[in-house]
Design a binder for this molecule. Sequence first.
Ligand SMILES: C[S@@+](CC[C@H](N)C(=O)[O-])C[C@H]1O[C@@H](n2cnc3c(N)ncnc32)[C@H](O)[C@@H]1O
Length: 314
Amino acid sequence: MACLRSKVLVPTFVLLVFCILALKEFQAGTWFPRLESLHFERVRGGEQEIRSEIGCQPLGTEQRDCVLNLTLNAVTGSLFDEYSEFNAQTREGGNDWPGEVGHTMIGMKRGRNFVMTIESVIAQGLAGDIVELGVWRGGAMILAQAVLQVHCQTCNRRAILFDMFGVLDKTTGGYGKADSYLAVSKEQVQKNFVKYNLLNDNVRFIQGMFDLTVAPYAAVAPLRPIAVLRIDGNFYKSYMDPLQYFYERVPVGGYIIFDDIGSHRQVQEAWADFQKWNGVVVQIQKIDRHGAFFQKTQSFKPNWEKYWEKFPKK
Ligand SMILES: C[S@@+](CC[C@H](N)C(=O)[O-])C[C@H]1O[C@@H](n2cnc3c(N)ncnc32)[C@H](O)[C@@H]1O
């Protein structure tokens, strides 16, 4: 009997200890070190620890506003109002596409909204990355990174950019004649970050069609919350995939921004279906003619049956 006990109990005990240690490693994000480049590590908490870690002193309110206004004006191309193509009112609402001058098409109002949401999650002490799907020349995320920088948040938060960084796969519909204008390479976006001196290790680029990148990302980074999720993809699937895979990642108190829900029917349909599939009605707040957002107040697991019905597995 004693022999049986040691034959069964000892290995069970050893296995249990192994499982506990493995779980701890897993939670610490060191279990699969080779996935490090795919953003596996956990968000590290404790602002104090982070500040002393990098010797960063957050700017005072006035200096912060100054830097962020300057960045917003630069990315929207508003610094260069002497150019004939520029109209301040149009750019305020993001109603035109910047030509040669400007790194974002979101305009001033949506730019200020993005800053507000990021500053809000920082003020709440809510952990999580800042993610944009659909980045074009990268200007909105350059602005996001500037916010992280002035608040000393670049050690504990990633700025993650998802985009095809090229011509879209025709399954989305694509942009037709505007394809080449909308297709900006990853290298060009990185260069744009460099111009602002904002390309750090916490800025990550995830290249490919969303339906090929969001699922693997969600699988390899299961512990990373998304404090602000900004979707700017224009098409039904370009919204549905991020919503389906990332909705749960946004903690209560975090934000979801829809860049073009006011002006793109496919985006309205995607959001309406997402709510219907999940039996929820979520009030969104208008930012301008195109954009809207909401702060998350409830959590639920998205309905996968409905998603797979609409997009059958191949
Ligand atoms: C309107 S632009 C984004 C504008 C940008 N947020 C800014 O700050 O100016 C749309 C971007 O979404 C990308 N996009 C749209 N659908 C996509 C998809 N399904 N997969 C990958 N990229 C997508 C396009 O390549 C394009 O860069």
